[in-house]
Design a protein. Structure first.
Length: 701
């Protein structure tokens, strides 16, 4: 039932439209050259307005990923105990694999289907293979519902209380800004095609300011780098508000016409004079004064705020505070002015039609938080989890507090299935491993969260070996389970079209014929897109809500507030005394979560894992450049090479991530120590709210 590839004359080349499926706002348009059924070239589409022919290093090596000799190409069954290096796998057929899974699921579901949990995240962001058939299957089954909170939940929900939806600046207009704040983001690594626009803005005379505890590659190229303590972004935002109000750098007309709750917000901001903000953020008061003056003096200002800064206890409220700033200065009036978190809310997609949520039982199943999967597997009762189905994710590498997760995965009574492209760390704990397709081997449609284009991915080649797409796998499994609803017989393209069928104001004119010819289509929005130049925010009031009744109704503060990091000196002085360093784990330049950690050339290019430490913190611990060190706390430890430099401030360690455990010398990675605590809003993950200590290890003999 999946889409098929056209018949091709031997020796003839054809070019296929593709889309990068990975967790990146750029969602690049690709052109794949195919000859005799083999993909021979992958390049960026030069006609696509944001990709402009350029792919990142990771995706430019997609052929290596697809044709890797390490690909998993056949279903396999565990023989022997679980865990890395403990057992082995033997090849089985698809019929045996599906029959085994269906039999176990039927037996468990007969007692309580909530004992089954799907675990999937951003291995693909396609509407068909992420949102479509897989979610229909588990909704129909009545399995526990995963709370997909690892990346952006706190920031998105917090932003939405102020703005109303995930809508912001179109990246193509960044060159028109005169002042750009890169707040907790490193676009050279994680948003390449925005960076080209920022570089253009700089050539046009714009001033670039990077706000980040770490001097990233992007901060290196900024005009000014400001390094607050991790998790204090909300305090800094309130400090800016305090000074904007004090000094009268406000657009009073915009505030009066298009905002709600200014007096309440001003009262909150009054609590954050420069001296207090300096104490909270670790910044000089003069820095806060200067930043507020520069931001207040330039209405043509753009803030790019990314998800890293909301991965701490107060992350949702920090995003709320930052989202208030452009309405105070009137920056939304300008094309290229305002703030950009993401623009997924501009895309009209019928997610309910995609995921089959109408098949959920009443009452709906319980929620299981993905950031606390270790606790779920070791503590959850009524019923305990008896089966785990992992697809589009590698939780043993990416989930926080993964020592607890591995403890749970070792349970002999837990039936674990993993659908994967490679034998990842998570496969080491599986009972059944199933081979997955790469993006070149499947059809999909994508809703980018960083651009205003609907994107098509045509199937370029037939699946290698016995690899099977997410959608096709769950079609087959649905049939084995006896699910006979028509939605389980839809083709991939029918699923994609159903997701765009509703008559919505945005993108109602999606043309699938054009999509197939061109590979992409811009949303039905003005070319000169300034989403809130005349207000009309998609909030309940229609205004930018500094004070939000909907937030209060959910138990959050009606007005944004500052909540310090849970594991900081402000949040837990006793813990911080024992573990005085805060750990940040941003992506290594050529890795993306764990998706490219199995590509041999990238592994060679990136090299062994390391941790960056300031010279002062290193000297206090007798650590020198190149020393083997151990980063540790009560949850666990991991060993890496020390890099001593001035890129990170005192009190902060930076361990670029993420390596598979099996590719690390000690079988651990940074998630051995990361916290599985949750954010203030949205129960999101708090990877960057992690207190640690570091010590030198003896040299290897």
């Amino acid at each position: 039932m999946s889409s098929t590839i056209p018949i091709q004359t031997p020796g003839q080349e054809r070019v296929v439209h593709g889309t990068c499926p990975h967790d990146c706002p750029d969602t690049c348009a690709m052109l794949i050259t195919v000859k005799d059924g083999v993909a021979t070239k992958v390049k960026g589409d030069p006609a696509h307005p944001t990709t402009q022919g350029a792919l990142c290093t990771k995706v430019s090596r997609y052929l290596e990923r697809t044709y890797s000799p390490d690909r998993l190409l056949h279903p396999m069954r565990r023989v022997g105990p679980k865990g890395p290096g403990q057992g082995r796998f033997e090849r089985i057929g698809w019929d045996e694999a599906l029959d085994t899974i269906a039999a176990r699921f039927k037996a468990i579901a007969a007692e309580d289907p909530q004992a089954i949990l799907p675990y999937a995240y951003s291995g693909t962001l396609g509407l068909v293979h992420n949102f479509g058939m897989p979610r229909r299957f588990f909704h129909r089954l009545g399995a526990s519902l995963p709370e997909r909170v690892l990346c952006a939940t706190a920031g998105r929900l917090g932003y939405n209380t102020v703005i109303g939806a995930q809508v912001g600046i179109d990246i193509v207009h960044f060159p028109e800004a005169r002042l750009i704040l890169l707040w907790g983001t490193n676009p050279i690594t994680s948003n390449l095609h925005l960076w080209t626009r920022i570089a253009e803005a700089k050539r046009n005379g714009a001033r670039i300011i990077a706000i980040d505890p770490y001097r990233s590659l992007s901060a290196d190229k900024a005009d000014w780098h400001i390094a607050p303590l991790p998790g204090t972004d909300g305090a800094l935002a309130f400090g800016l508000m305090h000074l904007l109000i004090r000094d009268g750098n406000l657009d009073r007309d915009y505030i009066e016409q298009h905002t709600l709750g200014f007096d309440a917000l001003a009262a909150r901001a009054a609590e954050f004079p420069p001296e207090r903000v300096a104490e909270l953020t670790g910044l000089p008061a003069e820095t806060i004064l200067r930043l507020a003056a520069e931001y207040g003096a330039e209405r043509r200002s753009a803030i790019r705020v990314n998800f890293g800064m909301q991965r701490h206890a107060g992350g949702g409220n920090a995003m709320r505070a930052i989202a208030c700033l452009p309405a105070l200065t009137g920056a939304w009036r300008e094309v290229g002015g305002g703030v950009l978190m993401d623009v997924a809310g501009a895309h009209a997609v019928d997610l309910a039609a995609l995921d089959g949520r109408h098949m959920l039982p009443d009452p709906p199943p319980r929620n299981v938080n993905m950031a606390q999967i270790g606790k779920a597997l070791t503590e959850l009762n009524d019923p305990p989890l008896k089966a785990l189905f992992v697809y589009a994710s590698n939780p043993v590498a990416v989930a926080p507090n993964n020592a607890l997760l591995r403890q749970g995965l070792l349970r002999p009574d837990l039936f674990t299935v993993v659908h994967e492209i490679f034998l990842t760390d998570t496969c080491d704990y599986a009972d059944i491993v199933l081979p997955a397709t790469t993006q070149l081997e499947q059809f999909d449609v994508h809703r980018p969260y960083g651009t205003l284009y609907t994107m098509l991915n045509q199937q370029a080649i037939a699946p290698l070996g016995e690899a099977c797409s997410n959608a096709e796998l769950f079609r087959r499994l649905a049939a084995r389970m006896g699910f006979d609803e028509p939605c389980f017989r839809q083709s991939d393209e029918e699923i994609a079209q159903q997701a765009h069928d509703r008559g919505a104001a945005v993108n109602a004119t999606l043309d699938f014929e054009l999509l197939h010819r061109q590979g992409w289509q811009r949303l039905d929005l003005p070319e000169r897109y300034a989403p809130f130049a005349e207000g009309r925010f998609p909030t309940p009031s229609g205004k930018c809500e500094f004070e939000s009744a909907s937030a209060a109704a959910q138990g959050w503060s009606a007005v944004p507030e500052f909540i310090p990091p849970r594991e900081s000196a402000a949040g837990d002085p006793a813990l911080a005394a024992r573990f005085p360093l805060m750990l940040l784990t941003p992506p290594a330049r050529h890795y993306l979560n764990s998706s490219f950690s199995g590509v041999a050339s990238l592994v060679r290019d990136v090299g062994e894992p390391w941790v960056e430490i300031s010279a002062g913190d290193a000297a206090r611990r007798c650590i020198a450049e190149g020393d083997r060190v151990q980063v540790f706390n009560e949850r666990g430890a991991f060993s890496v090479r020390a890099v001593v430099n001035d890129r990170t401030r005192d009190g902060v360690l930076v361990a670029p991530s993420i390596w598979w455990l099996k590719k690390s010398a000690d079988g651990e990675n940074a998630n051995a120590v990361t916290s599985d605590g949750l954010t203030d809003i949205g129960r999101g993950a708090t990877y960057y709210d992690t207190a640690v200590e570091i010590r030198k290890l003896p040299a290897l003999s």
